[in-house]
Design a protein around this ligand. Sequence first.
Ligand code: MEV
Length: 459
Amino acid sequence: MTAFRETAFRETAFRETAFRELSVEKRIKTLQNEGAIDESDATFLLKQLAESSDATIPADVANCMIEHQIGKYTLPVGVVRGLIINGETRNVLVATEEPSVIAAACNGARIAAMSIEGCIVANSPQYVTTAQIAFENTDGNVAAQLREIVEDSGKVEELLRIANESHPSMMKRGGGARKCRAVALNGFAKLEIDVDTCDAMGANTVNTMGEAVKAQLESWLGVEALAAILTNTSRVATTAEVHIPAAALASTRLENLDERESEGKRLARRIAALSALAASDTARAATHNKGILNGIAGAALASGNDTRALEAAAHAWAARSGRYLPLSTWKTEVLNEQTILHGRIEIPLQIGIVGGSISSLPMAQLAIKIGKYKNTNDFRNTLAALGLVQNLAALRALASSGIQAGHMKLHASNLAIAAGAKGDEIVKIAHNLLQLTTAERTTEKVAQLLKQLRESDKN
Ligand code: MEV
């Protein structure tokens, strides 16, 4: 049995090595021969390859960025306009598959521009990326030894030197390993090293440093470490804040100012109530935070950042009290007899404007250029502000007519595309779908509308 397993393992390993070494075209052919894809799938992938252009991801770059590459995944990229942060208006590129995300962010940005501040006020502290070298610590000895190490300035100096020498370019850029901490956990102990990664997110740098330091610690302690890897959590967060007069929340279709004031107050109160609901219900907090991340994750994706790292950090921050909470709060306040909606977000943003895959992706570079981000904290401030206005737009919609009305307009186009509509047909079918009730918008109905449209065009 063991022998059989070993043989099977060797064969799989052999086949995978061979697959990696094939050209992209031959990888596609192999999948087709194995029956994993059919001829039309293969034609689709080969067509994509033939259309390879430097304007998307050059074919050679795509092949080197990941393993076993056989295609490219494209998403629409849109621009959030009119977002004013600390007095500066930004254009933020967002890559997303979800209709309404960009429209909602623009709407939230428009309302925030009517705030008392005239913009979103955002602030980012100095961030670091932290490596963790973790040990098993059943008898408490390792924790005690790590504590002694961080209390010995000579040893700390040595660890920081080892970390910095393993990645000297970070020091040249003005960053580098800064600080060590010993942390005792239940059954484990770890040494943490904070690294200033300048304008990069720095995952690779910090992992390299962590592994170099791990070797030194193992030799001092005579114990094998469990792992050396960065943590995606952050000890600090970016904040963004805004004070919006209630009337600015009401629909601009309301011409009567008194009506606008009273509708605005009603919405402000209901938005604050939704915020309180998220603070008392994890099920609602998760969706509240998902809405915040809609634009932020899209902007992180468009700029070549690691969206999973960002989202993991955001959720860890939301749960840092021991209970999962919303990342933003909305409260009503009275200022000079005027009702004001006060919104505040706190979110850690482990991102960069250089490094990682940013320089390999032409669209990522464009996202950074269009955003005019002066440094990573400037980008962080923009993303926190984006999250806040995205959240405002979602809560305002929920507090009034719900989100489906706006969402379904764009979703109707997606239904038309899924049924095979092309060019002008998409707009026409979407228009026809919107005349129907939601229940009537079935796949069969869309196919029928498309058939009718094509027949009427023929006549
Ligand atoms: C949808 O992508 C996001 C919302 O569900 C967020 C929320 O409920 O706050 C609308």
